[in-house]
Ligand binder design. Structure first.
Ligand SMILES: [Zn+2]
Length: 127
C-alpha cells in the first residue's frame, strides 16, 4: 500500500512563491531578514546562508569539489556579513567579511533556505 505522505510531495516550482519585497539583516540574531511580498518576514541565519553559497568556489563545478563539498565547518569571518546588494530583479549578492563575494542567491534559492514558520500566527492545535 502506498503511504499517504507521498501525496504531500509537491514540487516547489509548482507552488506560488512569494517574491522578496525587501532585505535587511539583524546583527543580534546574525541573520538575513527577508520581507516577502505577501507581507510575511523570515530570517535566515548567516551560517546557513554561507554554507548554502551557490558559487563554484563553495559548491564545486564540473566535478571539482568546492569549499563546502566536504565540510560544514566555517572559519572566522566566513559567516560574518559585510554587505548586501541586489542583482537585477532576481537575486541577492552577499559579501562576507572574509572577502568572499561571488555568491548570487536567486529568489528561489532564498525561498528554499527560509524556514517558512509562521511565528506571527497563533499556533493551531496539531494532533
Ligand atoms: Zn561561494
Amino acid at each position: 500500500m502506498i503511504s499517504s505522505t507521498a501525496l504531500w510531495y509537491a514540487p516547489r516550482m509548482q507552488m506560488q512563491q512569494p517574491r522578496p519585497r525587501s532585505f535587511d539583516y539583524d546583527e543580534a540574531s546574525r541573520a538575513l531578514v527577508i520581507t516577502w511580498d505577501d507581507g510575511t518576514s523570515e530570517s535566515i541565519p548567516f551560517s546557513r546562508l554561507r554554507l548554502a553559497c551557490p558559487c563554484a568556489t563553495c559548491h564545486g563545478e564540473l566535478g571539482v569539489p568546492g569549499r563546502f563539498s566536504t565540510t560544514q565547518e566555517l572559519l572566522p569571518g566566513e559567516d560574518e556579513l559585510a554587505d548586501l546588494s541586489l542583482v537585477g530583479a532576481y537575486g541577492l549578492n552577499v559579501i562576507w567579511q572574509d572577502g568572499h563575494n561571488t555568491g548570487i542567491y536567486t529568489h528561489a534559492v532564498l525561498y528554499d533556505l527560509a524556514p517558512h514558520v509562521q511565528l506571527s500566527q497563533e499556533a493551531s492545535p496539531h494532533d
